[in-house]
Design a protein around this ligand. Structure first.
Ligand code: FDM
Ligand code: MG
Length: 231
């Protein structure tokens, strides 16, 4: 019988790229698995985040909003560690890279001087990747990150946006650039994989993802220590 801990698998990407669909398919491949979605709106901090995302008259400094998303991850820190040690495979639907990418995108978006409700400041912290990663340092680092990427044109053809704070085509264009620039900075990190989902249906994407997971041995229990996010 094998022993060891379960592994931490993160699915990242823009809205409507199929993250949640793939995350739930992936869960069924493991006998012990758990899905965690960030932001987790069910916690105390999560309820403030939910208010921030859904109520545009509820404003916060961008730094505060950024720190709340990180604080929300810290609320689940012990649970993640305990589940992994208990042999669970955890699938994360968004996590630290969404944290950096969406905040960084606000900095660029604010420079366009748009009317709108996305951002409240253009302070330099929000454009500083080192500042942005700071509060996440020490959280469990995913054993594998899959970034689902898609052409913005194909994304625009998928069914409509919701009306939460960040759900604007023009903003998403910038978020995509932010994600790609963050992953470019991390290009020597072999736990990060960019998965192109253009013109692929759900089973094709699942197959791509599962091939990556098995090739890297992420589907098996492991004895490696849980890595931590570094800056
Ligand atoms: N988001 C998500 C952030 O801005 N920072 C974060 O740290 C995380 C985890 O919250 F627009 C953004 C991404 C998205 C919004 O997420 C709500 P869901 O996945 O659409 O619920
Ligand atoms: Mg959304």
């Amino acid at each position: 019988m094998s022993s060891g801990r379960g592994q931490l698998i993160l699915i990242e990407g823009l809205d409507r790229t199929g993250k949640s669909t793939q995350a739930s398919i992936l869960l069924d491949k493991f006998s012990k698995s758990k899905l965690l979605k960030f932001p987790d709106r069910s916690t105390k901090i999560g309820s403030i985040i939910n208010e921030y995302l859904t109520n545009k008259s509820f404003t916060l400094p961008d730094q505060s909003a950024h720190l709340l998303f990180s604080a929300n991850r810290w609320e689940l820190n012990n649970e993640i560690i305990d589940l992994l040690n208990d042999g669970y495979f955890i699938v994360l639907d968004r996590y630290i890279y969404s944290g950096i990418a969406y905040s960084l995108a606000k900095f660029e978006y604010a420079k366009l001087n748009k009317e709108g409700n996305i951002t409240s400041t253009v302070d330099k912290q929000i454009g500083d990747v080192n500042w942005l990663i700071g509060p996440d340092v020490g959280l469990p680092k995913p054993d594998l990150t899959l970034f689902l990427t898609i052409d913005l044109q194909e994304l625009a053809n998928r069914k409509g946006w919701g009306d939460e704070r960040y759900e604007l085509q023009e903003f998403q264009t910038i978020v995509k650039k932010s994600f790609l620039s963050i992953f470019e900075l991390q290009k020597d990190d072999d736990t990060i994989e960019i998965v192109d989902v253009n013109n692929k249906d759900i089973p094709e994407v699942t197959e791509l993802i599962w091939n990556l997971i098995t090739k890297k041995g992420i589907h098996q229990l492991t004895n490696k220590p849980i890595e931590k996010v570094l800056n």
